[in-house]
Write a protein that binds this ligand. Structure first.
Ligand SMILES: [Zn+2]
Length: 365
């Protein structure tokens, strides 16, 4: 083991006896009674294994027992990682530096003790295909690539226009060219190592359906049992989800059947408004910030799925924002008994209520 304080946390003194690791009480841990053994905290940057930490500490007159007591305390407080030296060696310098915030964030968010290594390994092995290069789909593609997803492709047959330009998506240089090619360029602007060439023979690990999905694409994904995440924003409403795991969670048709149960005219409305040629309304009522916020939340849900380290709140549900509220709300979509996808026979996925905590306290005696 190469003990390292979690990269995103700083050691700070609360008083002469209490060392606090981290600032925000929802992440921080306070350690008391460390004595002079507190000095070893400065050695915990992952550059030494445990034996080397003990040897260096001995030069300061700190016994191995005291070192192990501090390490145990830090580990039980959840602020100690086993530094991912192998992962660091496997990444080129520029990528290691670029992904450092991703590693630090994953290690904290998921409370892993590996410095985020497992999460980055999953992202480096993932293939995501984005269907639709509108201002949301293009942003989702760049966000995923910048987050370390190794293979991000885009399917879209349209030409880029002024309304497609978005800060994290297509730019003015892409105007008049194929939107899909513009997404490739946008991805490489932030993540030059990302593989963007599509392989039509391969099914992706995850599909993102931006805008109104083509029923042919949806049918292919359902047949291939490919998990897919829907995302759209129009009529000044952003919707992320559902995240469909075919046969295991509510699919897009499950949601439409539920809407039709409440509104008998829904199928007629849907037939006119949806489909691959949508949206029917132009201009699309999705301003730049709504597009960015919706794309960011969709990318977060996609990463949660790829990382496999937290519950998916868009499984059997959607996250929705109705402007000008800017408060995201979750809406539940249960598998529909009349749908042929088979999800109604599967158990609903877990959801987790998140609540802010207070600083956890750990004492050495
Ligand atoms: Zn269904």
């Amino acid at each position: 083991m190469r003990p390292a304080l979690k990269a995103g946390l700083r050691p700070l003194w609360r008083d002469r006896r209490t060392l606090q690791i981290g600032v925000d009480p929802r992440r921080a841990a306070a350690l008391t009674g460390l004595g002079k053994a507190a000095a070893i905290v400065s050695l915990l940057d992952g550059s030494r294994d445990t034996a080397e930490v003990e040897r260096t500490a001995a030069e300061y007159g700190i016994a191995p027992e005291a070192v192990n007591r501090v390490l145990g305390l830090l580990a039980s407080a959840g602020v100690l990682d086993d530094f991912p030296a192998d992962l660091h060696q496997a990444l080129p310098d520029y990528l290691r530096a670029r992904l450092a915030p991703e590693l630090a964030c994953a290690a904290l968010a998921y409370d892993h003790g590996d410095g985020g290594a497992a999460v980055i390994a999953r992202r480096r092995a993932a293939f995501v295909r984005v269907y639709g290069a509108d201002r949301i789909g293009a942003c989702v593609a760049t966000l995923l690539a910048a987050s370390g997803v190794a293979w991000v492709t885009c399917r879209d047959s349209r030409i880029a226009g002024e309304a497609d330009i978005a800060p994290a998506g297509l730019g003015t240089a892409d105007l008049g060219a194929a939107r899909a090619a513009g997404v490739d360029r946008a991805v490489h602007r932030v993540a030059r190592e990302t593989r963007t060439a599509d392989d039509p023979r391969r099914l992706p690990d995850l599909a993102v359906l931006a805008g109104h999905p083509d029923p042919v694409d949806v049918a292919e994904l359902m047949r291939g049992r490919v998990p897919h995440l829907a995302v759209r924003a129009e009529e000044a409403i952003g919707v992320v989800g559902p995240l469909v795991e075919p046969g295991r969670s509510a699919c897009l048709r499950c949601a439409d059947l539920a809407r039709a149960a409440r509104d008998s005219a829904w199928p007629v409305i849907l037939a006119q408004a949806g489909g691959p040629d949508g949206p029917a309304t132009s201009p699309q009522a999705c301003d730049t910030v709504l597009a960015a916020a919706t794309a960011a939340l969709a990318a977060a849900q996609a990463l949660t799925f790829i990382d496999r380290a937290a519950p998916h709140v868009t499984r059997n549900g959607t996250l929705e924002v109705v402007l000008p509220d800017w408060q995201w709300h979750r809406r539940t979509w249960s598998p529909h008994l009349a749908c042929t996808c088979g999800a109604a026979a599967a158990a609903p996925g877990p959801t987790r209520a998140l609540s802010p905590g207070t600083a956890r306290e750990y004492a050495s005696d």
